[in-house]
Design a protein. Structure first.
Lengths: 196, 475, 242
């Protein structure tokens, strides 16, 4: 007998009492008012992310003004967003990505209530590796991409894409259960929030 | 004829980390004598209780989310066989390979074989309760593969040649000064001027592991959720070590307990609200990675999912105990438990400590192998209130106590007491006899065991001149 | 109102003042109290120690003794919790479906003292006088099983002469836990030590609670330490008039 059949047989034997149909109560909040950008900003700042509320035309200059070295960008990032000397990810090696000063990506959706930004590897976000290795991550977020709640974000996302949910910079609570920012992921998260 | 295909089985002996060497009271004895440990635990659990309470209070529908989470897990258990088959089909369709492991030995063998086939001699690991449970690191080392824990707390435990003592924060029993000592002693290439400032300690771990992340081709992870409908796996973490392990290597091997399956994608909207707030006391944990099979050009190109039973089917077989499988490993029950706060996690002997461990470990191993754990609770009920999926741990503890083989003397005494209580005249005579039986001496300090345990720190009450019923009769 | 008293074995045997005070208080408020002599123990110790089979006769006894009464009171949040939440389960576990239904029904008519006063008799000022500084330990089973909430505190706040002081970390267990205090005596003692430190820190003369069992534990520890704080059951404070 193979282990699959063995385990499924055990599970079926364990359920001999035939536990009845289970109704899942869905009376938690499922409809929400429009996202409040102030809430998002508050949450991001609480995580020690930095928020820049700018126009789309100021993205390149803002990024260029904050970091000196190479900035990795995905191939699908709008040209007008790219800072001077952007390093386009045309299958860059991990070492080159790790050696860059920063990475600049778009985002798929953001959750105001939890201060979360989700990347889904769309062309303006690129491979997961590029937003992981550089020490500084710039994320461009349009106001229309911000939803109020987790259920709305889940509904907007396609689970078959690789998803990375990001809530502030890398952090740990492993030392005395106090939160410390900056371990293996980017130690600095800058959110470029486009208002209109 | 599926009934012939196997009966639910407990986790085998001799492998893994579900059984301690001592009973809980014996192990607690050492912990209670360690003042530093108790200070560390009190500080940490007090901190996390405060944080968690504040962010839970922000959600007006926390109780409704708990109810939904509880029901979703009950649904999973009731449909576990079909959900697992669905998960397997979806993962396979998305380019992953699914393996089934009946127990720890089989899971360890599968993982070891998969790693050997890659030619790599080491693996990076994301913190995972399932692989701790089955003793994967020990098995890999025995097989010549070096496992490197990359979660900060697991790294502290591994470098300190220590054992984890908490589900979420395995090194919760260590304070910053102790962590600094461990790093100075055991971390290759560490800065000798290392301070005990937490950001400095975190930076030391970053520097130490960075090269390892970039040069290791195989990773082993656990999974918080596996979505049957889509074949999507999710790992919830904080530091980014999870992202490193789930993104950089060529080969990813994920070991997932069969109970971690979730029916459908939208169900994550419940668990992603419950888990971080109950766990680290954050509105959302810093990083969650979700992947479905293999994505060409992005992340590991070889993905293996190992579905692990190792006693879970035995837990499932008990209708009054199976809700222990609902656990999402948040550790909220540990953080509110007055027993855990004083004894720490090592006293439980299993990788699953605290209240959930006291109900899960004995069921995974069979209660005979962890017979003292169902009693490692005052039944205060704080765990039930804190559980984000509403596992009624106190009732389950009571249920499991009925399965324990009781000491003969205790059994006789309890039987005699019950008999007396069921005969009011006998009972009234026994009450009056208590008044005369002053064998205990003043304040009861001369009593034999088990009552000497009481009188070591507590006086016995004075026996009154008159029982209530005598008073009532005399009115 | 005619109210049946379940004294509890512990109060009956070792803390009769708590049961007597319950009688005096309810009679003072104009109610009739009856004490069925066939009562003994709710069986919680057996149930919680893993002897549900031995507890079954005690569950049966409780149900048959108290079934005739519309309102039953016990001066113990813990015993009421067991009656309300464990009796039916024990009966059902042992195949006694009929008993389980009756146990559920009788349990729903069984009240902890503060619940009876506030919810059923709708009184918060019971006319008590107790000129002492008092701190209140909520007890785990009153709080999280019977869920009496702040009812004891509402009653205490109306007591003339009483100064109520807040107990730090009040909701933490005192470490009693029935046979837990014997089987895990050292852990229990460590929990008790912290509870006592918090009690002493309030400067109260008296620590009160709605459970004689926890008070036996806390009181035994305070006495051993000669801490200068006494333990008094909630019923005794509410019954006091001079």
């Amino acid at each position: 007998m193979n282990s699959k059949d063995l385990i499924l047989g055990r599970v079926r034997a364990a359920l001999r009492d035939a536990p009845g149909p289970v109704e899942v109560p869905r009376d938690y909040r499922r409809s929400f008012p429009a996202a409040d950008l102030e809430v998002l900003v508050d949450r991001l700042v609480d995580y020690k992310a930095e928020v820049h509320r700018i126009g789309e035309d100021a993205i390149a200059a803002t990024v260029g003004g904050l970091v000196g070295g190479a900035v990795v960008v995905p191939e699908g990032l709008p040209l007008s967003w790219r800072p001077q000397g952007a390093l386009v990810d045309d299958n860059l090696t991990p070492d080159r990505i790790a050696g860059a000063a920063a990475v600049l990506t778009g985002a798929a959706v953001a959750v105001a209530e939890t201060g979360t930004i989700v990347l889904d590897a769309s062309p303006d976000q690129g491979r997961r590796i590029i937003s992981l290795l550089p020490d500084v991550h710039f994320v461009v977020l349009r106001a229309a991409q911000v939803v109020a709640s987790v259920p709305e974000a889940v509904a907007r996302l396609d689970p078959t894409r690789p998803l990375t949910w990001i809530s502030g910079p890398s952090a740990t609570s492993d030392i005395e259960l106090n939160r410390v920012e900056g371990v293996h992921g980017p130690r600095h998260l800058h959110v470029l929030l486009l208002d209109s | 004829m599926t009934t012939f295909l196997g009966m639910p089985a407990t986790a085998p002996r001799g492998v893994g980390n579900l059984r301690g060497d001592e009973t809980f009271p014996a192990a607690a004895h050492h912990a209670l004598a360690d003042d530093q440990l108790r200070r560390n635990l009190r500080h940490a659990t007090t901190t996390i209780r405060g944080k968690s309470g504040r962010v839970i209070a922000e959600l007006p529908d926390w109780q409704e989310l708990r109810s939904a989470g509880s029901a979703l897990k009950a649904f999973v258990m009731a449909n576990l066989d079909s959900l697992l088959e669905q998960l397997e089909a979806r993962v396979t369709a998305a380019g992953g390979v699914v393996h089934w492991a009946a127990d720890a030995n089989e899971a360890n063998a599968i993982v070891l074989d998969l790693i050997r086939r890659t030619g790599s001699e080491r693996v990076i690991k994301v913190k995972s309760m399932a692989t701790q449970e089955i003793g994967l690191n020990e098995a890999l080392e025995a097989g010549g593969i070096q496992p490197i824990e990359t979660d900060l707390a697991e790294l502290i435990v591994q470098l300190g040649n220590d054992k984890p003592s908490h589900i979420l924060v395995p090194a919760i029993h260590r304070n910053r000064a102790e962590i600094r000592e461990i790093f100075l002693k055991s971390m290759p290439g560490v800065d000798p001027d290392l301070t005990d400032d937490p950001p400095v300690l975190a930076a030391a771990a970053r520097k130490y592991l960075r090269e390892t992340f970039l040069s290791t081709t195989v990773a082993v992870s656990g999974a918080n959720f596996g979505i049957a409908e889509t074949g999507t796996l999710a790992v919830v973490e904080s530091e980014g070590n999870g992202r490193m392990c789930l993104t950089l290597p060529d080969t990813l091997i994920t070991v997932m307990g069969i109970e971690k399956v979730v029916p459908s994608w939208p169900d994550l909207e419940v668990f992603l609200q419950l888990l971080p707030r109950a766990s680290t006391g954050e509105r959302m944990n810093p990083y969650t990675t979700m992947w479905t099979g293999v994505t060409p050009g992005d992340g590991p190109q070889n993905f293996h999912l190992v579905l692990l039973d190792n006693g879970r089917s035995a837990v499932l077989a008990d209708p009054a105990g199976r809700a222990a499988l609902h656990c999402i490993r948040c550790s909220a029950c540990l953080n509110v438990c007055p027993v855990y706060e004083r004894t720490g996690g090592h006293a439980y002997g299993s990788v699953y400590p605290g209240p959930i461990g006291a109900v899960l470990s004995p069921q995974l191993t069979g209660v005979a192998d962890n017979a003292s754990l169902p009693y490692a609770s005052s039944l205060c009920g704080a765990c039930f209130d804190a559980c984000p999926v509403k596992i009624d741990i106190p009732s389950m503890l009571v249920h499991l106590r009925n399965k324990v083989s009781h000491p003969a003397a205790e059994r006789a005494a309890m039987r005699a007491a019950a008999y007396t209580m069921d005969h009011p005249k006998l009972y009234a005579r026994a009450q009056r006899a208590a008044k005369l039986a002053r064998i205990a001496g003043r304040r009861g300090r001369g009593l034999p065991p088990p009552f000497s345990g009481w009188t070591a720190s507590r006086d016995l009450p004075e026996v009154p001149q008159q029982t209530f019923r005598d008073w009532w009769a005399s009115r | 109102m005619r109210i049946a008293l379940f004294a509890t074995c512990l109060a009956d045997t070792l803390y009769p003042e708590a049961a007597k005070a319950t009688v005096r208080l309810l009679e003072r408020l104009g109610h009739e109290v009856v004490f069925p002599f066939e009562q003994t123990c709710c069986g919680q110790m057996h149930i919680n120690t893993g002897y549900q089979r031995d507890a079954l006769p005690l569950v049966k006894r409780y149900v048959s003794v108290f079934d005739p009464f519309d309102v039953i009171v016990a001066p113990s949040g813990s015993c009421v919790g067991s009656i309300r939440h464990q009796h039916a389960t024990v009966a059902a576990n042992l195949g006694e479906a009929g008993l389980a239904a009756r146990a559920h029904d009788v349990g729903s008519r069984t009240y902890e003292l503060s619940e009876l006063l506030v919810d059923v008799l709708e009184v918060e000022d019971v006319g008590a006088y107790y000129p002492h500084t008092v701190t209140y330990h909520p007890t785990c089973h009153s709080l999280r099983m019977t869920r009496v909430g702040d009812k004891p505190l509402r009653l205490l706040r109306q007591v003339r002469g009483l100064t109520l002081v807040e107990l730090p970390l009040a909701e933490q267990c005192c470490g009693f836990g029935g046979t837990f205090a014997l089987k895990n005596a050292e852990t229990s003692s460590a929990m008790l030590a912290d509870k006592m430190t918090n009690i002493v820190s309030t400067g109260a003369e008296v620590c009160t609670a709605g459970d004689a069992s926890c008070l036996m534990h806390i009181g035994g520890g305070l006495q051993r330490k000669d801490a200068g704080v006494t333990t008094v059951h909630l019923a005794e404070i509410l019954a006091a008039t001079s």
